[in-house]
Design a protein around this ligand. Structure first.
Ligand SMILES: [Zn+2]
Length: 447
């Protein structure tokens, strides 16, 4: 296949990184117009749409013969904030140095925006006959749950992005396990249930203690949750992940097999079993509902007054197949008699997703990756976090996270994302673009 000149993708990514798209105000309209101009110059007819002033999305379509339903490539152009003083190169400089392109969004996810863009340009330039339309959508507001970006697009312009399958972020990076590269493909994601947890107690004078102190009650509950954790459950996605890991880590294959048959072990046991903290923490999050305290507040207004109320925020994450009621039941079971002393108020909720692991697109990803890297493995996994796939899935679309990149042995994808010195190697951007282009071509080609 005729590849686009490599310097083109590098220049586009550097320029996109220079457009400041941190909220507030977001300003993704400027990024949408930048991308639209490139698409327009190539003969596309991109649409730029604003959900609210300045919050822009761009959608473009490459027509197939209509014999198969479309494939959607979706991405977001907003980025999380950065602390410039902690960076080697200013986070909005798009610096090209030492073989890397540096900037906030270099991984999450402006590099993927550019990979998607290059897929569109390559297929248009080569005139490859397509059975499926390929839709490009780069939207705003993902880092704040996407309601002014992809959520708005799904609500107001569903026909622009309706597709059978979609590819987006949070897969395609490798874990180095047992000397082999295991590329993760996101085939599901946890749901979120943010809860305000309240303990009430008896107010009074701090000089005369009693045994109904709201702060002490809440602290006891949080400590118990931390110690005990919630019970484990093996979803089909986690099972497939564990089975793949077992093939590359034969030393622990037996223990992993036991794990699938018994009840999943605690984080401490997973650490001991796998000998890898990062892998243990990721697997632990895939195997249970979780509720992390992220905020704690109680204030009587005076140092000698016992408050009547103490509050915590629990960042709850639920596995596919679970809901708010089942999370609360698990919290109650762990807290035992302490559960009577607390109440919960839900704040935000998002559903969990889990897609089939046996689809034509999944097989295409696997086959193409094997052609590129015969020794690499592909592991489906459940993202503990949340992406715009939650919105896209409302249209019945099967969403996978796969945007291939390569990392140096000392680089850890999940730590670089949202971290200081976010960057992508130029070789990785070009390699990923090429691989993704082949996946999309194989999947959408006519005949
Ligand atoms: Zn992202």
């Amino acid at each position: 296949m005729e590849a686009a000149p490599p310097e083109e993708a590098v220049r586009y990514l550097s320029e996109l990184l220079q457009i400041q798209t941190t909220y507030p105000p977001g300003n993704e309209l400027q990024a949408a117009e930048y991308l639209a101009a490139i698409l327009r110059a190539e003969g596309f007819e991109p649409l730029v749409l604003e959900s609210t002033p300045g919050r822009g999305q761009v959608v473009a379509r490459l027509k197939g013969d209509g014999s198969q339903p479309p494939l959607l490539l979706f991405s977001h152009t907003d980025v999380v904030p950065a602390e410039p003083e902690k960076w080697t190169h200013p986070p909005f400089s798009g610096a090209i140095q030492d073989g890397y392109i540096w900037g906030r969004g270099a991984l999450d996810m402006k590099s993927i925006v550019i990979m998607h863009l290059m897929v569109m340009l390559s297929l248009k330039r080569t005139g490859t006959p397509l059975a499926r339309d390929i839709i490009f959508a780069a939207t705003a507001d993902e880092e704040r749950a996407g309601f002014e970006g992809m959520g708005w697009l799904v609500d107001h312009h569903p026909d622009l992005i309706r597709a059978e399958y979609a590819l987006s972020e949070f897969g395609g990076f490798p874990l180095n396990l047992g000397g082999r590269q295991v590329f993760l493909c996101q085939t599901g994601e946890k749901g979120y249930i943010t809860l305000r947890m309240r303990a009430r107690g008896r107010p009074g004078h701090g000089a005369i203690p009693h045994d109904n102190n709201a702060i002490a009650c809440l602290a006891q509950c949080l400590a118990l949750l931390e110690q005990a954790g919630l019970p484990g459950h093996v979803t089909p996605t986690a099972r497939a992940f564990i089975e793949t890991v077992a093939t590359v880590l034969p030393g622990v294959a037996g223990s992993l097999q036991n794990l699938l048959e018994g009840s999943p072990p605690s984080l401490t046991e997973l650490r001991r079993l796998l000998g890898s903290n990062d892998l243990a923490e990721l697997l632990n999050a895939m195997l249970r509902n979780t509720a992390s305290p992220t905020y704690l507040h109680s204030d009587s207004g005076a140092v000698n007054v016992v408050p009547s109320l103490a509050e915590a925020i629990l960042d709850g994450r639920i596995l596919p197949g679970f809901d708010r009621a089942s999370l609360l039941a698990e919290l109650h079971a762990v807290l035992g008699s302490l559960a009577e002393g607390v109440e919960y108020e839900p704040i935000y909720e998002g559903i969990p997703l889990e897609f089939s692991l046996d689809t034509l697109l999944m097989r295409t990803i696997r086959t193409t990756l094997r052609r590129y890297l015969p020794t690499a493995a592909l592991a489906p996994y459940l993202l503990p976090g949340s992406t715009d796939a939650k919105h896209v899935a409302r249209l019945g679309t099967i969403c996978y996270g796969f945007a291939p990149i390569q990392l140096n042995p000392n680089e850890h994808f999940l730590r670089l994302v949202h971290g200081h010195d976010e960057r992508i190697a130029i070789t990785s951007l070009l390699w990923g673009t090429q691989l993704l282009t082949e996946i999309v071509t194989d999947f959408c080609r006519a005949g």
